[in-house]
Each structure stands twice: as structure tokens, then as C-alpha cells.
Design a protein around this ligand. Structure first.
Ligand code: T4K
Length: 415
């Protein structure tokens, strides 16, 4: 346990000399990747539908069990092509507690994201709030399986059917997750996934549309390649969203060790659970059933009253110690441009979203974090709790002196 003066914000050495981060990429096996790169170079087929994209799509299809996987250059483009292929128009209901790519992808193609509130437990769309957002202009609901937590898919499907809306999912966080035994990727009309480097399984940059619908899949395939349907025929307004052979080679190689990465994440999650439960005011805020999760994000809810520090002050202390926690997705898409003053996007209150955006933070996990690291973070959290009132006063003085540099002397006297 640390004494107050040993905390790094008071000049002590940080607990970790190199930052532990959220989203450290897992590394694919180098020999396997080099073999694939040699094969790719030997074949001279570098992009435009080569063997590695086909193989990556087939392997994903086999693992997820959907009829079609259409790989594209990133998750944002997967969302856009998905919306276009499903003929979505006007308004789309989305959560505001998501990476800004979810609404931006829609906005960028002329759609209007409308923000509905989420449920406190799953942090995914609340069907009651979604229904309140439906207007004559609504054509789709886009749920986000945030942190790999499956949305309330049955309730959302019932709502979509009743109002004749498309049901789409942003499954960017959810490779390797399932809902009631069914892998994510098989719900709604179609789902979009990201294979960005920070994801549990990645192709450095990449994404895919997953669907059982033959027509949607065919339209996506055409759209990702300029709408070209033959050497001399163009059948729709497409774009260049192709995944390169190199990205697919990384993806295929990444798939070979993803189970091991997920096992590691789950081990870390259990270790975190033990330490977090021992600190008043901290609560692990995800994972209804760990077996169905990739455990890529360790999301913690901070109760200021019980902990004695608010989320942002806790983050300040932890970051100084080399624990580079994040506050995804604060301040929320509804508070970001171009949505924050848009009365169409903001037509219903978002109390649960607003509260969670102030309370949750994500702890480092993944390949760069060991069980020993988690034990150290646990001791650090206990020390923080023990010194909570002094730390709270200190942080308020530090923040005050940042705003008023002449008062810096107050901080050293606080120790
Ligand atoms: N929908 C949702 C719900 C999403 O979360 C995302 C992406 C999308 C859609 C869109 O998918 P893409 O179009 O991106 O495929 C990251 C990612 O850039 C983004 O892909 C991801 N979500 C989002 C949640 O996180 P940042 O800005 O938070 O990442 P960054 O650069 O801070 O990296 C995190 C940590 O990982 C850093 O501390 C350093 C480490 N890192 C990162 C990279 C990229 C490395 O060590 N090496 C690396 O190459 O956005």
C-alpha cells in the first residue's frame, strides 16, 4: 500500500514506468504472417478480391455461422455500406453512448442519427426510449453491442417489426460474443463489425458486414467495389471500400490466436473482479454472462459518494501512476458536434446515458497487461481509497493551481 507522499501526483515514482493502456493491439504470429505476405507478394494479387480476402470471409462465416461476410476497409465504411445496402433513409435511432463513428457514419451519408437512451445494466439501447424516438421519418434502428454486451435483440426486433423498420447493429466491439448461444453477427437485418487494431481480433484496419440476407450481401459486395458488376457494367453508385490482401492476411493470422487473446482477457476480467469488489464505490459494470463475452473492455462504474472521489479525479490519480484508464465515450455523441444543438437528433432525454457517461471508465486489459499488473492496480485502488479525502483535496488544489499558476505552493504543503 502507498503512503500519501508516495503517490505519483505528489512526485513519487509511478507504479508502472510504462503506461498500461486500453486497446493495446494483439500481435499476430509473425512467422505465419510473413508466410502469408510472401504468398501474397508471389501471387502479385494485392487487392481487388484476392485469395486472402476470400479466405478471411469464409473463415469468419464458418465461425459466426451467418450466410454472408463482406469484408471492407474499416468498420465505419461497413456501417455506411450496410445502411446504403438496406435502403435506409431519413432518421436512424442510435445510442449516444458509443464511439462517435456510429452516428458519424450515418450523418456522413445524409442520414439523421436520433439518440435514444440506454439501459443501465447492459448500456445498450432501451427499447422503451427507442419507441419514443420513432417518427414518420424513421427508417431504421441501429443498436450497438457496447463493450460486447449484446443488445436486447428480441425486444428491438419486435419493435422494428411492429413499426416496419430495419434493424441493424454496430457489432464493432463484439467479435467472439454471443447472445443466448447465438454469435453476434446473426441478429437483425445485418450487422457491421470493426477489425481495427484495438479490437480483440483485427486486420490493422478493416471491417465487415455480416448478414443472412442474400440481397443485402450482394448489394454490399457491389457497393464496396464502385458498384462494378462486370468489366463493362456498373449497376449502382458504389465506392472504394475494399479490404486489401495484406489486411486480410493479418486478419486471418489474428483469427488463429483470437481464442487465446479472449482467454487472457477473461482471466484478467476475473482478476479485476476480485480486486474491484474489494474497493467501496467501484463496481464492474458489464458482463451478464462472461462465457459469452470477449472481455475486451473492463468497464468500471465509480460511485463518488462511496469511493470519496469522482471518476475524473480517480482517473487523474491512476494516469499519474501509469494506469492509462479511459472514459469512453465521454462526453457522449449527443454532446458532440454536429449533434449537440440539433433538436431532431435530441428529441428525448437521455438520463441513463448522461449518468453513465460521468461514472464509467475502462481499465487497461489485453495483451500488455498481466495478472501481476492487475494485482498491483488492486493495491493501488485500495491505497487510493485509504487516502481518498487527502487525494480529493489535493486534486482540487492541483486543478485550481492549473487554472491559477500562482498558487502552486499550496500543493506541496498538502502532502
Ligand atoms: N463503432 C464502434 C462502437 C467503435 O468502437 C468503432 C471504433 C467504430 C464503430 C468504427 O470502427 P473503425 O472505423 O475504427 O474500424 C479507437 C479506435 O481508433 C477505434 O477503432 C475504436 N472504435 C475506438 C473505440 O477506439 P482511440 O482514439 O481511442 O484509440 P487510440 O489511438 O487511443 O488507441 C488506444 C490505445 O492503444 C492507445 O493507448 C495506444 C494503443 N495502440 C493503438 C494503436 C492504434 C497501440 O499500441 N498501437 C496501435 O496501433 O480510438
Amino acid at each position: 500500500m502507498k503512503s500519501l507522499s508516495e503517490f505519483s501526483i505528489l512526485g513519487g515514482p509511478p507504479t508502472f514506468s510504462t503506461n498500461l493502456v486500453v486497446g493495446m493491439p494483439s500481435m499476430p504470429n509473425r512467422e505465419a504472417l510473413h508466410r502469408r505476405m510472401d504468398e501474397m507478394l508471389d501471387s502479385r494479387q494485392l487487392t481487388n478480391g484476392g485469395q486472402f480476402v476470400h479466405a478471411f470471409e469464409s473463415e469468419l462465416q464458418r465461425r459466426i455461422g451467418c450466410r454472408h461476410v463482406v469484408c471492407v476497409c474499416n468498420g465505419t465504411m461497413a456501417l455506411q455500406i450496410l445502411a446504403k445496402a438496406c435502403d435506409v433513409s431519413g432518421e436512424v435511432i442510435v445510442p449516444a453512448m458509443t464511439f462517435v463513428a456510429t452516428p458519424h457514419a450515418l450523418q456522413w451519408i445524409g442520414l439523421t442519427p436520433v439518440f435514444a437512451d440506454i439501459e443501465a445494466e447492459t448500456q445498450t439501447l432501451n427499447p422503451v426510449s427507442v419507441e419514443k424516438c420513432i417518427s414518420n421519418h424513421t427508417s431504421a434502428i441501429m443498436g450497438v453491442h457496447l463493450w460486447g454486451n449484446p443488445c436486447q435483440v428480441a425486444d428491438l426486433q419486435e419493435l422494428a417489426d411492429r413499426h416496419r423498420l430495419k434493424l441493424l447493429f454496430d457489432a464493432s466491439h463484439a467479435y467472439g460474443c454471443s447472445h443466448q448461444g447465438i454469435p453476434i453477427g446473426r441478429f437483425g437485418d445485418a450487422e457491421a463489425i470493426s477489425f481495427h487494431a484495438t479490437k480483440v481480433m483485427h486486420s490493422i484496419e478493416g471491417g465487415a458486414i455480416l448478414t443472412d440476407d442474400d440481397t443485402i450481401a450482394e448489394r454490399c459486395r457491389l457497393m464496396r467495389n464502385f458498384g462494378i458488376s462486370g468489366f463493362t457494367s456498373i449497376s449502382s453508385a458504389g465506392i472504394n471500400a475494399k479490404m486489401s490482401e495484406l489486411a486480410a492476411a493479418v486478419g486471418l493470422t489474428s483469427l488463429e490466436n483470437v481464442d487465446e487473446v479472449i482467454r487472457g482477457n477473461r482471466d484478467r476480467l476475473e482478476e479485476y473482479r476480485a480486486v474491484i469488489d474489494s474497493v467501496p464505490g467501484l463496481h464492474l459494470a458489464i458482463h451478464r454472462s462472461d462465457k459469452q463475452q470477449n472481455a475486451q473492455y473492463v468497464v468500471v462504474k465509480v460511485n463518488e459518494e462511496l469511493l470519496g472521489l469522482n471518476r475524473d479525479s480517480l482517473m487523474q490519480v491512476l494516469r499519474a501512476e501509469g494506469v492509462f484508464v479511459r472514459s469512453y465515450f465521454s462526453p457522449g455523441c449527443h454532446n458532440a458536434e454536429p449533434y449537440r444543438n440539433n433538436s431532431t437528433s435530441l428529441r428525448t432525454p437521455l438520463p441513463v446515458t448522461d449518468q453513465l457517461l460521468q461514472e464509467v471508465m475502462q481499465l487497461p486489459t489485453g495483451p500488455g497487461v498481466t495478472g501481476t499488473d492487475v494485482t498491483k492496480i488492486g493495491l493501488l485502488l485500495q491505497s487510493i481509497y485509504q487516502h481518498r479525502s487527502s487525494l480529493r483535496d489535493l486534486i482540487s488544489k492541483i486543478n485550481h493551481s492549473k487554472a491559477n499558476p500562482n498558487n502552486a505552493a499550496e500543493i506541496s504543503s498538502a502532502a
